[in-house]
Design a protein around this ligand. Structure first.
Ligand SMILES: O=C(O)[C@H](CS(=O)(=O)O)OP(=O)(O)O
Ligand SMILES: [Mg+2]
Length: 239
């Protein structure tokens, strides 16, 4: 079994893909499902999300640009905000700068697509291991096409869990992620020292950084479903 870590999304995934966007899309996605959402629809663009909002639709919209809520959306991209709501019976439509796009890239080729954060890292590693037949690709979303320390650190956490579960041949991306994990301090130190973590703190969103640093507190793994989904969206449910 191969274990690969892409420090940024590249495409060409033959088997299992685990998308990581710790700050904040995948952490927030896990929280929506924790708080009862039936499903998540990750859209390719904000416009697709806005067009899904029709009278009486079961959709709520969550997303950001520049870290701030998108005009016309119900929520930003905040795990703390999501944790304070009840989404039972709702589908949350998400569009964010990096994470939702990374999921669309992965879905072009991957067979099994999961969303992972630090908060569900152990459960995500277990699901990935159970589904894989040849390769697990952990894909870091990054920020605006630049590598993000927070995502690489979380990839290292997943890689550690996976290596404890069985034999893998690993690539240099995985070696880098493991090195960052082993030298990056605890999760809050790693996230707080990342460029994007510091950006969010400057925006007054430090509580989101703290929430995203919770380690394996959730067993929910957002999983791409083959169910029908509106055009331009990917549907994830709790796995
Ligand atoms: O919401 C976030 O933290 C980022 C937005 S940005 O990098 O500040 O523009 O989005 P994500 O897609 O979760 O990386
Ligand atoms: Mg991010």
């Amino acid at each position: 079994m191969r274990l690969r870590v892409d420090l940024l999304p590249h495409g060409n995934y033959p088997d299992v893909v685990v998308i990581i966007d710790v700050l904040r899309a995948t952490t927030t996605a896990v929280t929506y499902l924790e708080r009862g959402a039936d499903a998540l629809l990750l859209t390719a663009t904000p416009e697709i999300a806005l067009n899904l909002r029709t009278e009486g639709s079961p959709y709520l919209l969550g997303g950001e640009r520049g870290g701030l809520p998108i005009p016309g959306f119900d929520f930003g991209n905040s795990p703390v905000e999501a944790a304070g709501q009840n989404f039972t019976g709702k589908t949350v439509v998400m569009n964010t700068t990096n994470g939702t796009g990374a999921a669309h890239t992965a879905a072009q080729s991957g067979k099994h697509i999961f969303l992972a954060a630090l908060t569900n890292a152990h459960a995500a590693a277990r699901r990935a291991r159970a589904a894989a037949t040849e390769e697990i690709a952990i894909v870091c979303a990054g920020t605006d096409e630049h590598v993000g320390l927070e995502d690489v650190y979380a990839a290292g956490v997943l890689a550690e869990y996976l290596l404890a579960m069985g034999e893998f041949s690993i690539d240099d991306g995985a070696r880098i992620a493991l090195t960052v994990r082993r030298n990056g301090g605890n999760p809050l130190e790693a996230l707080g020292s990342s460029g994007h973590g510091q950006h969010l703190m400057r925006l007054g969103l430090g509580e989101d950084v703290r929430a995203a640093a919770g380690l394996s507190t959730s067993t929910i793994v957002p999983t791409l479903t083959p169910d029908d989904a509106p055009e331009g969206t990917l549907k994830f449910t709790a796995g």
